[in-house]
Design a protein around this ligand. Structure first.
Ligand SMILES: CC(C)(COP(=O)(O)OP(=O)(O)OC[C@H]1O[C@@H](n2cnc3c(N)ncnc32)[C@H](O)[C@@H]1OP(=O)(O)O)[C@@H](O)C(=O)NCCC(=O)NCCS
Length: 268
């Protein structure tokens, strides 16, 4: 009887011990394995576009340990294929791009084309920052946005979706950058600058503090912008002068001659 009681206590103890030592760890190992699996899966990414810009993006992705599983080209002919294994076809094949699957980055440099593609897809988007870029902790960055080598984004800046912050661009504190903007190499945005949706800031341009650049504007390479710029304008030179005020056909098509509900309030 006594032996039985002792042995049943021992069995209970062993069972408790088993719970602690064997069952719990097995459970947590499984959890870790699942986490590792999902991490590996999320490393996979697709690029829409297969030209020069796509090539730069793929290098940044690969340096960051991401695996580019597909580069998709929607034109029957492209000037050059920057990537291996590009999916392309003889006719326009944009409808063959699947919305499901790995997250996507739209690797197209032209703002109107990038916006057009983004408007026609319904997939998950990734974002990627080159390891030599500096992005302050308080910065907010939208989906599909890429930040290239040596770029700097200072505190409280807000960067929209599908934006390109190109090589060595400098975005100072509290800047607000709209969707589909391209800030070209070595462009400098001083503090509290606002850049409207779709605008292209040329290489080496300087925009002084608190300036507002409208939507779908072009700022020429090397321009120095000292005054606000209305929507759809092209500005060149130092000091910047407006040389065009009309939207290009591309922009008109994209925005459907839309007058924005909330036009930019310019600093006067
Ligand atoms: C601003 C820009 C878009 C103008 O192109 P465009 O509309 O074809 O204009 P044009 O070439 O017809 O030039 C119109 C006038 O502006 C002048 N101009 C054009 N670009 C200029 C610039 N960057 N700086 C100073 N003047 C410029 C031209 O000399 C011309 O002057 P003129 O009428 O007295 O002869 C283009 O010149 C530019 O600077 N693009 C940015 C390129 C860039 O930074 N790319 C980065 C890719 S990563």
């Amino acid at each position: 009887m006594i032996i039985c009681r002792i042995s049943s206590k021992i069995i209970n103890l062993v069972l408790k011990f088993k719970d602690v030592i064997f069952i719990k760890p097995t459970h947590s190992i499984l959890k870790t394995q699942l986490k590792m699996k999902s991490n590996i899966e999320s490393k996979k990414i697709r690029i829409y576009g297969a030209g020069g810009h796509s090539k730069v993006i793929s290098e940044v992705l690969e340096e960051n340990g991401r695996q580019v599983v597909c580069a998709f080209e929607d034109k029957p002919k492209i000037k050059f294929k920057a990537l291996e294994g590009v999916i392309t076809s003889k006719e326009n094949n944009s409808n063959k791009f699947s919305n499901s699957g790995e997250p996507v980055i739209i690797g197209i440099g032209k703002n109107t084309s990038r916006a057009k593609v983004a408007n026609s897809l319904a997939c998950d988007y990734g974002k990627v920052f080159h390891k030599t870029s500096y992005i302050a902790k308080s910065v907010k960055i939208g989906k599909g946005t890429v930040v290239f080598a040596g770029a700097i984004i200072q505190p409280n800046a807000v960067v929209g979706d599908h934006v390109i912050i190109n090589t060595a661009a400098s975005i100072d504190h509290d800047c607000v950058i709209g969707d589909f903007v391209h800030i070209s190499p070595k462009a400098t945005l001083c503090g509290q600058v606002e850049i409207g949706e779709g605008s292209h800031i040329g290489a080496g341009a300087v925009i002084i503090q608190t300036i507002k650049v409208g939507k779908w504007c072009t700022v020429g390479a090397g321009a120095v912008i000292l005054k606000d710029i209305p929507d759809f304008s092209t500005v060149v030179g130092n000091p910047g002068r407006i040389i065009k005020t009309d939207a290009s056909e591309d922009i008109k098509k994209l925005t459907n001659n839309l007058l924005y509900d909330t036009p930019l309030e310019l600093n006067m």
